[in-house]
Ligand binder design. Structure first.
Ligand code: ZN
Length: 230
């Protein structure tokens, strides 16, 4: 889908029809997370204060009593959680530092790191989607610490996301880091915006994949699927 598909109505608001088309079908507009050019002008401390204030306003509009002991610190907690945890991957400063090692053993078969659990949030509804990522690559001379594969998944998951973009962002970053085209990323996830609202389908999961280099060959895909399904 292209950005042009988002059509603004006369009053400059996205019409209801398009909101539902984009949200419930979980379409996305591009590989990059859509960010403003001035996204990092405000400090993290200022952002936390502002988010806390605005989230308090949402709760207030919904009629909740923010003087209640149970609720009074919720806006602050949400702001802290957004900035330091679940959306910390928006800030490139939080990108994990990656060190590579020489491929001493000359292992030149595929390496598969499977069942990397992640928690992300749908950018259309701001509710969680969660699942497992499987990553495979063939070394072009360097190898990456296994925990770093996990950290890269977590970094890109900690953004308002769509699953297709998450899959692509992980794959494209790994291609650059490992200097190889031979990368595969498969993500199998469950979306709370599908199971808890909308069509209320509790059993479906969504699988997305990115295959490049040798992973475009059907025998390599079969070998990889075999490892993952074990
Ligand atoms: Zn959603």
């Amino acid at each position: 889908m292209t950005k042009e598909a988002i059509v603004l109505s006369n009053d400059n608001s996205i019409s209801e029809i398009y909101i539902d088309d984009i949200g419930d079908d979980h379409m996305f507009t591009g590989l990059e997370t859509p960010m403003k050019v001035d996204a990092f002008v405000m400090s993290d401390i200022e952002k936390k204060e502002k988010i806390s204030d605005l989230f308090g306003q949402i709760m207030d509009v919904m009629g909740m009593d923010l003087t209640d002991d149970s609720l009074k610190d919720t806006p602050k907690r949400v702001a802290k959680m957004y900035m330091e945890e679940i959306f910390s991957g928006l800030n490139p400063n939080n990108k994990p530092k990656i060190s590579l090692f020489e491929n001493k053993y000359q292992y030149n078969q595929m390496l598969v790191e499977k069942d990397i659990t992640f928690y992300s949030n749908c950018e259309h509804h701001f509710v969680p989607f969660t699942g497992r990522a499987h990553i495979a690559y063939v070394s072009s001379g360097k190898v990456i610490g296994l925990s770093k594969l996990n950290r890269i998944v977590q970094y890109y998951a900690k953004r308002p996301q769509v699953q297709e973009r998450l899959t692509n962002q992980i794959a494209i970053d790994l291609k650059a880091i490992l200097n190889t085209e031979d990368i595969a990323v498969i993500i199998d996830a469950k979306h709370l915006c599908v199971s808890s609202r909308g069509v209320k389908d509790d059993s479906s999961t969504t699988v997305t994949s990115y295959y490049s280099g040798i992973f475009k060959e059907s025998n390599k895909i079969a070998e990889l699927q075999n490892y993952i399904n074990k």
